[in-house]
Unconditional design. Structure first.
Length: 354
């Protein structure tokens, strides 16, 4: 991964984007992609649609969602503490003691999620692995409600503290890898295609509100009206002690993108992705998905009269925590696979299974 692309990825991860509050991230994507795209458009919903060769009749859509899980300010107590609700699928077990950032009216406000010290807990409290989110509070250091209200308003979004750390073996850890890595891959694939003559129009779409119901992909797919739509999202890695001995399919960091197989994968698209990976010697893994996917492919597939869909999964450890882990090589190989897939499409390529 070149330095410029890596900086873009890290900038994405450092930019807050809870579902419904993706605008700052979309502005970042727009600035980055301006010199690679033939056109960039946004819609009323907040999706960002980056296109190459938009006059082409056949259209391919690559979707990565911009939003991340987070919280929202629900109440400010008389003594200045803040109570929050969940945006998306929060794992309450990792919230206690976490550092958080409130996106307040005057800028970012730092805080921590408080917890009763173990010394003061009753025996039955110590046995509980977690508490209800509505019983937790955020402490920003203030003593009075007015002091907190001068910085924070009910309805303000909140995220885990956003930072990116590099680990061993080309791995990174951060909150929000789900799915800013997928968004990055979609845009990186378009960048890789930007100097090529394509037989199709390529649309890399930064979708919104995936974590609360695939809402952005629903409207974006209707607008783009693609023939093929590929969602790029994270998928659970199975190479940690948490999955030791389980019968879960093997999904390993650093072993390449995961091509999903299941009802949301058009068999022609899935087969061509495998063919391209083998031809280009791109490492890949197969992921069985017997049920309908929980990602943007599910919405894209049934847009208008139907779309030939697939999912590219990026192995991810500790999903929906503030310490998710991905491998940079998987991101690069995912982008390369998608770019080569798009380049391989000719006028004769048909995606109809029958």
């Amino acid at each position: 991964m070149n330095k410029e692309s890596k900086k873009f990825l890290f900038d994405l991860l450092k930019t807050p984007s809870p579902s419904g509050f993706e605008v700052p991230l979309q502005k970042l994507v727009k600035r980055r992609m301006a010199r690679f795209a033939d056109s960039i458009e946004s819609d009323l919903h907040g999706n960002l649609i980056v296109a190459l060769n938009p006059k082409a009749k056949r259209r391919i859509m690559l979707a990565g969602h911009a939003d991340q899980i987070g919280f929202m300010v629900k109440h400010i107590s008389a003594d200045g503490f803040i109570y929050i609700g969940a945006i998306g699928g929060i794992d309450v077990g990792v919230v206690e003691g976490a550092r958080v950032t409130i996106l307040g009216k005057k800028g970012e406000v730092r805080g921590v999620v408080g917890r009763k010290p173990i010394h003061l807990q009753k025996p039955e409290e110590r046995k509980k692995s977690s508490v209800d989110l509505d019983k937790l509070w955020v402490d920003i250091g203030n003593k009075k409600k007015k002091e907190t209200e001068s910085l924070v308003t009910v309805g303000d979004p909140v995220t885990f503290e956003l930072s990116v750390k590099e680990l061993c073996q080309n791995r990174i850890t951060s909150a929000g890898l789900d799915d800013k890595v997928g968004l990055f891959v979609a845009m990186e694939a378009l960048r890789m295609c930007s100097r090529s003559k394509l037989n199709v129009g390529l649309y890399a779409v930064s979708t919104i509100q995936e974590e609360v119901g695939l809402r952005g992909a629903t409207t974006a797919a209707y607008s783009v009206e693609p023939e093929v739509g590929i969602a790029i999202d994270v998928t659970h890695a199975s190479d940690t002690p948490a999955t030791a001995g389980h019968k879960a399919p093997r999904c390993i960091l650093g072993k390449g993108p995961v091509i999903s197989k299941g009802p949301n994968t058009n068999p022609v698209v899935g087969s061509l992705l495998e063919k391209v990976a083998k031809k280009q010697r791109i490492p890949y893994q197969l992921g069985p998905s017997p049920k309908l996917a929980g990602n943007d492919a599910r919405a894209i597939q049934v847009s208008r009269s139907g779309v030939a869909t697939a999912t590219i999964g990026i192995p991810n450890r500790y999903m929906h925590t503030q310490v998710e882990i991905c491998d940079l090589r998987d991101l690069q190989n995912s982008a390369k696979l998608l770019a080569e897939f798009v380049k391989s499409i000719t006028a004769r390529t048909s995606f109809k299974p029958v």
